[in-house]
Write a protein that binds this ligand. Structure first.
Ligand SMILES: Nc1ncnc2c1ncn2[C@@H]1O[C@H](COP(=O)(O)OP(=O)(O)OP(=O)(O)O)[C@@H](O)[C@H]1O
Ligand SMILES: [Mg+2]
Length: 323
């Protein structure tokens, strides 16, 4: 099964400021504000939803085609993704824009000053996914909104199966755009909050959504996953217990990576959600969205612990072998 993952490719630059922004803000001088904070720490993290999902799939042994746009500064990042099994041939290189970057400074009160620069990501809308070859499934993850709408329409028009993963973009999109992303999707992924946003903004009930998508997957954080289809009983899957909680950022992307990889292996929806859940657990246990690593033996033993031997037997012949 050939899967393309379209979505953002970005880096996060996270600064720590030892002090309080509030101590430097003079309310009567706000019209002339010009402040610089001396940071004591900088963490640079690889991210972007498309890259995170493709990374997870690559680590599990599938080889997804990543579709997105970066600047010429992304050479090392693309090499990292290639080393982890991602096909980056279809990533568009912008002539003049830098790779999307999220810059955030956090102070001692956890107050944050952040800037997101989309940069090259804006050029994702210029990518014609139809020109990239034939796919069994196209994943449409958060990206430039124009790109998301274009890829969805392109798949729908050509009868290509697609997975709608609008996630955080739902907060900024109107009902008509969301309907354009979701209508006709083979899979719709959201967390529980975003599921309500879909209902609210589109005016569709849960039944209306099931009339329009094949499989609806809703993640409920530590409370697990619910999968629904029209006319079928819901499937619920518990999370795989975490050994420690380091930082949850990126769990949603890892869940999708595992789910989609197991789907590519031809496994059931329940198995797919279980593989997604265990991959997400690895993200919970590490700081960063692409910092986890595991051996096949370790993954299989944790999978058995969480979901039993029969479940493990279903995945053991696939993991790490579908290159
Ligand atoms: N504390 C946890 N322990 C184990 N697994 C977790 C935990 N939190 C989340 N997960 C796993 O990650 C999946 C996705 O979580 P969640 O519903 O929080 O996604 P999300 O809100 O989209 O997250 P984000 O957008 O921050 O990546 C869950 O279905 C679950 O499998
Ligand atoms: Mg999410």
């Amino acid at each position: 099964m050939r899967i393309a993952v379209a979505g953002s490719i970005a880096t996060d630059h996270l600064f720590t400021f030892e002090g309080r922004f509030a101590d430097s803000l003079l309310v009567e001088q706000l019209s002339k504000i010009s402040l610089s904070f001396l940071a004591s720490d900088l963490q640079v993290r690889r991210g972007g939803t498309g890259a995170n999902i493709a990374f997870g799939m690559g680590v599990l042994g599938h080889r997804p085609l990543l579709v997105g746009a970066v600047g010429k500064d992304a050479g090392d990042y693309l090499s990292w993704l290639q080393e982890h099994g991602v096909d980056t041939q279809a990533v568009r290189l912008s002539e003049d824009k830098a790779t999307a970057r999220f810059t955030c400074t956090t102070d001692d009160d956890q107050a944050q000053l952040a800037t997101f620069y989309p940069g090259a990501m804006a050029e994702a809308a210029e990518i014609d996914i139809a020109a990239l070859g034939a796919f069994d499934l196209v994943v449409i993850a958060p990206d430039d909104p124009g790109a998301m709408l274009r890829h969805s329409a392109s798949c729908r028009d050509r009868g290509v199966a697609f997975a709608a993963d609008p996630s955080q973009q739902l907060a900024f999109m109107d009902g008509a755009s969301i309907r354009g992303l979701v209508e006709g999707a083979s899979y719709l992924f959201t967390n529980a909050y975003e599921a309500e946003l879909v209902h609210d903004k589109t005016g569709w009930s849960a039944d209306d959504v099931l009339d329009r998508v094949g499989v609806r997957v809703i993640t409920h954080g530590a409370d697990g996953i619910v999968i629904s289809r029209k006319g079928e009983d819901d499937i619920t899957v518990p999370v795989a217990p975490a050994r420690q909680i380091a930082e949850p950022t990126g769990v949603g992307d890892a869940f999708r990576a595992g789910f989609l990889t197991a789907t590519a292996w031809g496994l059931s929806l329940e198995r797919a959600a279980q593989v997604g859940a265990l991959l997400a657990t690895h993200v919970v246990e590490t700081v960063g969205t692409q910092e986890y690593a595991f051996t096949k033996a370790d993954f299989l033993s944790r999978f058995t612990e969480a979901y039993g031997e029969a479940a493990c037997a279903d995945i053991s012949t696939h993991i790490g072998t579908d290159h």
